[in-house]
Design a protein around this ligand. Structure first.
Ligand code: XLS
Ligand code: NI
Ligand code: NI
Length: 436
């Protein structure tokens, strides 16, 4: 059954092509820095926006036309969506997908019924994975939509909500494991607070850590070898989310002895909401060995919320891929399009335009980043900028051979430090532009 009969598999046609449904930069088998573009980028499509997004916003209902979807909460409808999803994954040539438990399967009247629904859909997902070769990048549990999670899941003041959340993660991990998921993600949708007057922050964080430790223990028990990831986001829906940025996540993981088991899933729009660039979040995570995976999207400069737009800006994708390459590339992670089409782009074909553009923007970013690295102008500038640390007093400080007394003695003899040199920001921005 073809749900997109007018669309055939998207092909690489090269930069001169004017076919809007062709790749101009993404040539999956082309080798860059010794690896195929496909293996560098590990593209993934998200079930929630692409299969379940309706285009609704706080001011009006959904606009999306999805002829295959009867709008019901039935298992039959969910099974139909699986077929549509895999046709789309294949036609876009995406090797991976990602889901929340509740995106793929409807909630039932009870947890038991909900789990049974999830199992039925998991059977279908597994069959389609086998039939197409598309793989699961990660699974996660939606513990923010249902009203029971109004005060949070792992951080709820209601202990039975915590218990429910634990049961939900357990099941989502089992299904992710069964489907060969390469990661399991925690995005703490409502793990934060709206008001400190009613919040015991210490207790909430202790509980969140307990939930994650239980997940780590359970992974060992069922033999799940996938990578656990935490996805930082500073706000929305709560005014303060505990996993607010990479630095906050790292501090939490360290404080609760979770660091050996977790890496980060960094999302572009979350970085900007936190007041950082994506490049910053990636560099900060990469240097500490926790750069796990990417949720690729972008915000809008004029809007202050998580608009989850498809990335099309070559500066952004080039900076992002520069960081991916700097830290040795993905292992279990990938470029996961946690992005949605605009409310005004309501036709099914818009899903293809959006992904083709996002994939091409990342492919172009990868090419740019590789060119920058090949010529090495930025790297050599940075290396030279820090050369005072390579020998003499700098090397002594780095080696731990200096102390206050020895440094005072050194400067008393010298009088003034060596002259400073320009940071050359504008020149370096011009150099970056050479490759765009
Ligand atoms: C929401 C998050 C969410 C996670 C998965 O802002 O990005 O989509 O990626 O729960
Ligand atoms: Ni995300
Ligand atoms: Ni997001």
């Amino acid at each position: 059954m073809a749900y997109f009969p007018e669309i055939s598999k998207i092909q690489y046609e090269g930069p001169k092509s004017r076919n809007p449904l062709a790749f101009r930069w993404y040539n999956p088998d082309e080798i860059i820095e010794g690896k195929t573009m496909k293996d560098h980028l590990r593209f993934s499509i998200v079930y929630w926006h692409t299969m379940r997004g309706t285009g609704s916003d706080p001011f009006g209902p959904g606009t999306a036309v999805r002829p295959w979807d009867d709008g019901s909460n039935s298992v039959e409808n969910a099974l139909k969506r699986v077929e549509v999803a895999f046709e789309l994954f294949q036609k876009l040539d995406a090797p991976y997908y990602a889901f929340h438990d509740r995106d793929v399967a409807p909630e039932g009247e009870s947890l038991r019924e909900t789990n049974a629904n999830f199992d039925k859909i998991a059977d279908a997902l597994l069959a389609h994975q086998k039939g197409t070769g598309v793989k699961l990048l990660w699974g996660t549990a939606n513990m923010f939509s249902n009203p029971r999670f109004m005060h949070g899941a792992g951080t709820s003041c209601n202990a039975e909500v915590f218990a429910y959340a634990a049961a939900q993660v357990k099941k989502a991990m089992e299904v992710t494991h069964r489907l060969g998921g390469e990661n399991y993600v925690f995005w703490g949708g409502r793990e934060g607070y709206q008001c400190l007057y009613n919040t015991d922050m210490k207790r909430e964080l202790d509980h969140l850590a307990k939930l994650l430790h239980m997940a780590v223990d359970y992974a060992k028990k069922i033999g799940f070898k996938g990578q656990f990831l935490i996805e930082p986001k500073p706000k929305e829906p709560t005014k303060h989310q505990y996993d607010s940025d990479a630095a906050a996540c790292l501090n939490f993981l360290r404080a609760y002895d979770l660091l050996p088991y977790f890496k980060l899933n960094l999302e572009t729009n979350h970085a900007t909401l936190a007041g950082h660039t994506m490049m910053h979040e990636m560099d900060y995570s990469g240097m500490q060995g926790v750069l796990g995976s990417l949720d690729a999207n972008t915000g809008d400069l004029l809007l202050g919320w998580d608009t989850d737009q498809f990335p099309t800006d070559y500066y952004l994708t080039a900076q992002t891929m520069l960081m991916v390459l700097k830290y040795g590339g993905f292992t279990t992670g990938g470029v996961n399009f946690d992005a949605k089409v605009r409310r005004e782009s309501f036709e099914p074909i818009d899903l293809f335009h959006a992904h083709v553009g996002g994939m091409d923007a990342f492919a172009r970013g990868l090419r740019i980043a590789a060119e920058i690295r090949k010529e090495g102008l930025l790297d050599s500038f940075v290396k030279n900028r820090y050369r005072s640390w390579d020998s003499g007093i700098g090397a002594e400080i780095e080696a731990g051979k200096a102390d206050f007394a020895s440094l005072e003695k050194y400067m008393l003899e010298k009088g003034e430090p060596a002259a400073n040199e320009s940071g050359r920001q504008e020149m370096l921005e011009n150099i970056f532009n050479l490759y765009i």
